[in-house]
Design a protein around this ligand. Structure first.
Ligand code: PLP
Length: 376
């Protein structure tokens, strides 16, 4: 059995080595290191894959969120709603732009922003909502879009963990995560479902005006070289990363299918274990398992993770401390008890290895040791 890793980028690379090396070599030979042809091709190929008009590559997923917020013309003090159960980037960019993050608790089944609690958080200063499609499954976008529409709010999807997931509307129409709201934000951080070998990100939109605006912002606020229309940033996808992503995009559906297969195997082995809750599947989304996240009842979560690690099984907590309780965000004046579902999740969730190279033997070994711990 191969050593078990949380994400096995090495074995995936070895499998794709010929194609990836060739693509990287071509990019180097071209010496078009900044905004080279691979960047444009990748942008076009990702647009086609997502079935969306515009994909603007950028430096990373955090930049994508920041640029998305810059593109919708907000004023300092405007409120942006998001979830406290996410990676820090979702709230960080709101603060950086002198906007006010307003948090809404999550739905305990999908870990995503709870639309039933959304309206109570909307004020006359609210301008946008950032739902995060956490762990590879879409938030309840139909409900969120309906509320956003009623209040004239923009919806910026954080699809860093859900590239390739599909949202299923109640009339059976399907749309890819990140193409449903006003703007979608993707990350190509190496461990993401579509990961490069460094930093990378993209901003997704159907709106032609926003497309122009976003392209301008990521390019120092410039449309014509050395003429600046507004204050922008420098956020580019590296040509070498684009060369890698072009190869990996061709495998994205296979990658996501491999993750789904691993998840199904985990489900079979862990589904009936008492005190353990396997990931719930929303009726409105496919799940591409950026993470396979379980909930364990009782106060044994950390002991279980230590036990697994002692058997060379990595286990991670996403996320151990809710955003509203982080030191850097104390000034938001939230406190313990404000988001009970999120707080309870941060004490009971744990994620087990999930990637494209998991073998049956590894999955069985992992599940065997989880059960062994619970049956002690
Ligand atoms: C990874 C991630 C980001 C940030 O992406 P980077 O490319 O690391 O900047 C933002 N939001 C979520 C939910 C993420 O998982």
């Amino acid at each position: 059995m191969h050593p078990i890793r949380m994400v096995d980028l090495k074995r995936q690379y070895v499998r794709l080595r010929t194609e990836i090396d060739e693509s990287i070599q071509k990019a180097i030979d071209s010496t078009a290191f900044i905004n080279g042809p691979d960047v444009h091709s990748f942008s076009a190929e990702l647009s086609a894959y997502l079935d969306v008009e515009h994909v603007i590559p950028c430096g990373n997923g955090t930049d994508a969120l920041q640029v998305a917020l810059m593109a919708i013309d907000l004023e300092p003090g405007d409120e942006v709603i998001t979830t406290p159960f996410s990676f820090i980037a979702s709230i960080e960019v709101i603060k950086l732009l002198r906007l006010v993050p307003v948090l809404v608790d999550i739905d305990p089944l999908t870990f995503n922003l709870d639309p039933l609690q959304l309206e109570a958080a909307i004020s006359d200063k609210t301008r946008a909502i950032i739902p995060v499609h956490l762990f590879g499954q879409c938030a309840d976008m139909e409900s969120i879009l309906e509320i956003a529409g009623k209040h004239g709010l923009k919806v910026i999807e954080d699809t860093a963990q859900a590239i390739g997931a599909e949202y299923i509307f109640s009339d059976a129409r399907r749309m890819k995560a990140g193409t449903i709201g006003t703007i979608g934000c993707a990350s190509f951080f190496p461990s993401k479902n579509l990961g490069c070998y460094g930093d990378g990100g993209a901003i997704i939109t159907r709106d032609p005006d926003l497309h122009v605006q976003i392209r301008t912002i990521v390019n120092h606020g410039s449309r014509v070289k050395y003429y600046y229309e507004e204050v922008g940033v420098n956020s580019r996808l590296d040509t070498l990363q684009a060369a890698i992503l072009r190869v990996k995009l061709r495998y994205l559906d296979d990658f996501n299918a491999a993750r789904q297969e691993a998840a199904a195997a985990y489900d079979r082995l862990l589904g009936s274990v008492s005190r353990l809750r396997i990931p719930a599947r929303a009726s409105w989304s496919t799940h591409i398992f950026h993470q396979y996240t379980l909930i364990i009842e009782g106060a044994e979560r950390d002991n279980l993770c230590d036990y697994l690690r002692s058997r060379d099984i990595p286990a991670m907590i996403y996320y151990p401390l809710s955003l509203h309780l982080q030191k850097a965000y104390r000034h938001l004046n939230y406190g313990e008890g404000d988001f009970p579902v999120t707080e309870s999740m941060s004490k009971t969730v744990f994620s087990i290895p999930m990637h494209t190279e998991l073998e049956t033997e590894q999955i069985e070994y992992i599940c065997h040791h989880i059960k062994e711990f619970l049956n002690r």
